[in-house]
Design a protein around this ligand. Sequence first.
Ligand code: ADP
Ligand code: MG
Length: 239
Amino acid sequence: MSFLELTALTKNFDGLRAVDGFSLDIPEGSLNALVGPNGCGKSTLFNLITGVLKPDAGQVSFRDQDITGWPPHRIARLGIGRKFQVPAIFEELTVRENLTVAAKRSGNRVSIDTILEKINLADRRDTFGGELAHGQKQWLEIGLLLAQAPSLILLDEPTAGMTGAETKATADLIRTINQEQAITVLVIEHDMGFIEYLGCPLNVMSKGQILKSGSFDEIRNDAEVKALYFGNTVVPADA
Ligand code: ADP
Ligand code: MG
């Protein structure tokens, strides 16, 4: 059985082809990264997978079921969780309350204490969401996904705006949830240091398509990718 299978996905915005015949197979239990220059279609791809946008052509299939064009709530119920670039947490609730609400809403029995440990916020359980540091908000949002007991997590630039130490801690967190909880993870990221530390297979996207897939070392030494990505001395912040 295939897990997440994207076949020839295409999405146009007023004459701009944001995603252009994109195909990718994500095996169950894997950890994969998707990188590429600003505007190459990464977030749009996540919107197509999660049902926020409908593709103009192509197919999204999950566990051999065609879910193309399904509404977001139905796709979420399949166990597909997605973290946006800007953290969406309840600022007026404590960390623990945030997690409890997310677990209740999804009807899943999960250990809030285990999640608190995992996301490095055990000593912040009674802090209001709005009072957390930026990096801690990002972790809490990953915690909200975990509270919904997903089988697939899509992370859109989870380390945006983080310090070096926070970025490393986030890579450790992602590896842990992938390995210990067998959650399949697809992460969009700009920060190559983070991808290297994560140590997972890498898919490079350019102009709405996959340009290359391989290990970090294979990709880093590829001439086309170098020209596209590593050639940039300044990596632009994502929109
Ligand atoms: P990335 O996440 O790789 O930076 P995006 O998927 O956000 O790229 O955007 C890909 C292209 O599609 C960009 O040119 C962007 O301006 C455009 N785009 C994204 N979403 C919309 C939208 N809702 N309407 C019109 N254009 C969009
Ligand atoms: Mg984006």
